[in-house]
Design a protein around this ligand. Structure first.
Ligand SMILES: Nc1ncnc2c1ncn2[C@@H]1O[C@H](COP(=O)(O)OP(=O)(O)OP(=O)(O)O)[C@@H](O)[C@H]1O
Length: 295
């Protein structure tokens, strides 16, 4: 069953098309990584899915209904980001107890174990926490809520490396015990890759690729060798990236005969999903060095 279905979804913001005819669906009980450069449209998409923002055109269904202002969607969804705000009149422990009243599947035992593990004090106030600690507390709420649709928008903002690792491990362990539909947006694909099943890559408000992690691993390979031989073997439109430093090196869709490549003396190498995302979302405007060229 699909928990989310998007067809030709468009979002206009201040005359800018921030989502441009987006099509995809997300199956129940999967972990999807939403990957894209700054400004690609990740938060916009997640806020529309969570029912916070209204679509401009197209169709979006979450649990079979339009999520905007849907009580059903809000009762079954948690949206975790670094903008979560909590009452300053409640201590952190009060907030956990309040969350227990609000979320039907709330796991207080897990919440308290994570709370202690990450060194929170019951009487602390959310507003006074450091940036990384706020994210860690928000993550505890997101995990312990056990919502059928759990959305993490850049959940690790400010967390140090070891807290990030702990978070991903906790997420995976908890997901295995309590499968649900999780979407996690991140700039750090290499960190989340191991826990994802699917990757939804967006660029300039459009879905660029939506594949399983294994599909990403197989989607493209690197080819190094004689330029003429490379282009004899592969179609130019299948080339995703070219680098001519130290000989021709291209990243190309994995649709050609590897046997023939070997016969031609070309070297084939794998491309990690993280590298592939970087190459696919590269702008064509040159590099940072160009900014420092004065003439
Ligand atoms: N409230 C708003 N009003 C107008 N434009 C907006 C608004 N929110 C976002 N945008 C624009 O929508 C586009 C997508 O922004 P969005 O925040 O969804 O990107 P993102 O992929 O989440 O980026 P980041 O990785 O930097 O968080 C950007 O061009 C942004 O300027």
């Amino acid at each position: 069953m699909n928990v989310i279905e998007c067809k030709q979804l468009v979002k206009m913001q201040r005359n800018q098309k921030t989502l441009d005819h987006v099509n995809f669906s997300i199956k129940e009980n999967t972990i999807t990584g939403l990957i894209g450069r700054n400004g690609a449209g990740k938060t916009t998409l997640l806020k529309i899915i969570a029912g916070y923002w209204r679509k401009t055109a197209g169709d979006i269904n979450v649990f079979g209904v339009n999520p905007f202002n849907s009580l059903f969607v809000s009762a079954n969804t948690i949206f975790v980001d670094d903008q979560m705000s909590f009452s300053n009149s409640l201590s952190l422990l009060d907030l956990l107890e309040e969350a227990g009243r609000f979320y039907p599947n709330w796991d207080m035992s897990l919440a308290k174990r994570l709370f202690d593990y990450f060194g929170f004090l019951p009487n602390q106030i959310h507003e006074n926490l450091s940036k990384g600690k706020k994210s860690t507390f928000n993550m505890i709420i997101g995990l312990a809520a056990h919502c059928p649709l759990t959305i993490f928008d850049e959940p690790t903002t400010g967390m140090d490396v070891s807290v990030r690792k702990d978070f991903y491990r906790a997420l995976l362990k908890d997901y295995l015990e309590h499968p649900r539909t999780i979407i996690i947006s991140s700039h750090h694909l290499e960190e989340v890759e191991d826990l994802l099943e699917d990757i939804l890559l967006i660029k300039d408000g459009r879905v660029h690729l939506h594949l399983t992690v294994d599909g990403f691993k197989e989607y493209a390979v690197g080819l190094r060798g004689n330029s003429a031989l490379i282009y004899q073997l592969v179609n130019e439109e299948d080339v995703l990236y070219t680098n001519r430093v130290g000989g021709e090196y291209v990243i190309v869709k994995n649709t050609f005969s590897h046997q023939q490549a070997k016969r031609l003396g070309l070297e084939i190498s794998p491309v990690t999903p993280n590298d592939l995302c970087v190459y696919l979302t590269n702008t064509t405007k040159g590099g940072i060095d160009d900014v420092f060229k004065t003439s």
